[in-house]
Design a binder for this molecule. Structure first.
Ligand SMILES: [Zn+2]
Ligand SMILES: [Zn+2]
Length: 180
């Protein structure tokens, strides 16, 4: 399995391999160690090894989604559309439908046969190459919204703190006894 994550210290994106004996990820950019929580790996009801929480942030909620490359999917459809338009102008109606169905079919096959990746709602870390388990859950908009709101609140708090720090009254100087 490998984990793609954003360094909690310097924000650099990195992909690190995870083996059963890996205990931490080290950011290649700033060398910050991200210790993996010991309960990040567990087992599901069937005994299958599962990721139980994010190894990076360490949020407890993860969802799975297709690794499907949307840009590739759209490119295939666009090429099919262009080719069918040419066929249309040349009055090859069978080719028009044939090309459209063919490219849509390729897209569908790509979609079906690409594997899943796990993603953390909180820090967006991505896990690839894990074993499938029935206990993994698909994307849930409500949970996503919850973390989104948390992120906004946190950003506002940081902005407030910054503002207060720069606008704080200078009380420390008045408390000191005069030096002269
Ligand atoms: Zn870093
Ligand atoms: Zn996370």
């Amino acid at each position: 399995m490998n984990v793609t994550f954003r360094c909690q210290n310097c924000d650099a994106i990195t992909r690190e391999p995870y083996e059963a004996n890996t205990t931490m990820f080290t950011c290649p950019a700033c060398q910050t160690a991200h210790e993996i929580p010991s309960d990040a790996i567990g087992a599901d009801a069937t005994g299958q090894i599962v990721v139980t929480r994010c190894m990076v942030c360490p949020g407890k909620e993860l969802y799975f989604r297709k690794q499907f490359n949307q840009r590739l999917g759209i490119t295939i459809i666009a090429l099919g559309f262009a080719a069918s338009t040419i066929a249309y102008y040349n009055h090859h109606l069978m080719w028009v439908y044939g090309i459209l169905f063919f490219t849509a079919g390729i897209d569908l096959l790509f979609y079906i046969f690409t594997g899943n990746l796990l993603q953390c709602y909180k820090c967006n870390s991505e896990y690839r190459g894990f074993e499938e388990s029935l206990e993994y859950e698909p994307f849930n908009l409500e949970i996503h919204e919850k973390y989104h709101q948390q992120r906004i609140r946190l950003e506002r708090e940081q902005q407030d703190a910054k503002w207060l720090a720069t606008h704080a009254p200078q009380t420390t100087t008045t408390d000191e006894p005069p030096t002269h």
